[in-house]
Design a protein around this ligand. Structure first.
Ligand SMILES: [Zn+2]
Length: 367
């Protein structure tokens, strides 16, 4: 009898303890969430104290991280499908970014073991009448990959105008305003790869995947780009059109130039340009440059707080690409730099030819 009551009491006591514990955790949870709510209220109301950047970071939902490892093989195959389907005006028009985003869902965002057959399976499904919409509606991360890869690649393929040598009747209905139109030039509308390798055509270079390697100048940090080794003076061209955002000396990059794409999602960083004559003529912050235009010359400046100093051992172009989904990510610890090694491999197919356009200043221009 005594034992029985004790047992009941034990159960009762355990029950009460559990109930108290539950109550305590609920109280703690609400206390903390209230603090959070209060914090949010103070952040958004004290707009004169909190910067606009921070406010946006609190309010907006944007992509915080991208690990880009799409192989050049996957880019080449999907680009071919995209370009051919548009230039040949095929019934099914492929979008390479959609194809890559679908494949990323299937391989968990890791293209290391990408095989052409993965893409063949997808293409067969689309040819059978399925659409990207129907194929991806239940893929949880499709939108993430689509948005991420769009941020990386949306300036690489599409319509572009290219100057042709044969004079034709001038088209007055060109969609984009054209500069330097004269009687001997004509601009042809094309669809295809419109981004360029940063090293001008007929100039050799070498590189390997050095993204994430450690660097020790200044402070211990990782290498956030790809080094393209070449000869001093090699003309460097803009990969994509955009606006020059930064131009001048930086103790790490030396003479460097930073160009933002028109859609503001990509920031291209070209560093260690040539001592004494780093940039192409007439460039300054705010200048618009076109894809394939000469922007500067390969060198070995940098790693010095003093301007115009060669402190890099091997002449090379440091090429980097930062993704910006929200302006709060600029100049912050949350910058997203992606591995551009595979992008350089992909861009080898499209190089800009240049010539010496000014014998006095030894400046080059695109052909
Ligand atoms: Zn580098």
């Amino acid at each position: 009898m005594i034992i029985k009551t004790l047992k009941i009491n034990k159960k009762l006591i355990i029950g009460v303890i559990l109930l108290l514990a539950a109550l305590a955790s609920i109280t703690i949870y609400f206390c903390f969430s209230n603090i959070k709510i209060l914090e949010n209220i103070t952040t958004t109301t004290n707009s004169d104290i909190v910067s606009e950047k921070e406010e946006n970071a609190v309010k907006k939902d944007f992509i915080k991280w991208v690990d880009f490892n799409v192989t050049s093989e996957a880019m080449n195959l999907t680009a071919k499908l995209d370009i051919n389907s548009h230039t040949k005006n095929e019934e099914i028009k492929y979008n390479w970014i959609e194809l890559l985003a679908y494949l990323a869902c299937k391989n968990g965002g890791n293209f290391k073991n990408f095989k052409k057959t993965d893409l063949d399976v997808l293409v067969a499904k689309i040819k059978d009448g399925e659409t990207i919409e129907s194929l991806t509606q239940n893929l949880k991360f499709y939108n993430y990959y689509y948005e991420s890869y769009s941020a990386v690649l949306s300036g690489f393929i599409g319509n572009y105008s290219i100057e042709t040598e044969k004079p034709k009747n001038q088209n007055s209905d060109n969609e984009e305003p054209q500069e330097n139109l004269d009687n001997t030039s004509n601009f042809e509308r094309k669809y295809g790869v419109k981004a360029f390798l940063p090293i001008a055509k007929n100039y050799s270079f070498s590189h390997y995947d050095d993204f994430g390697n450690s660097r020790s100048y200044g402070f211990k940090r990782t290498h956030l780009g790809n080094d393209l080794m070449g000869s001093i003076g090699t003309p460097i061209v803009a990969v994509e059109s955009g606006v020059i955002e930064n131009l001048g000396w930086n103790q790490y990059g030396g003479w460097r130039i930073g160009i933002r794409s028109f859609d503001t999602k990509r920031y291209y960083y070209y560093a260690h340009l040539r001592k004494n004559h780093p940039y192409a003529e007439g460039l300054e912050e705010g200048t618009v440059v076109k894809a394939g235009d000469v922007i500067g010359y390969l060198g070995m400046t940098g790693y010095s707080t003093k301007e115009n100093v060669n402190n890099i051992n091997v002449p090379h172009l440091h090429f980097g690409m930062q993704l910006i989904f929200d302006e709060s990510q600029v100049d912050s610890p949350n910058e997203i730099w992606i591995d551009v090694y595979q992008i350089i491999e992909f861009l080898k197919q499209n190089r800009s030819e240049v010539y010496m356009s000014n014998k006095e200043t030894k400046d080059y221009s695109r052909k």
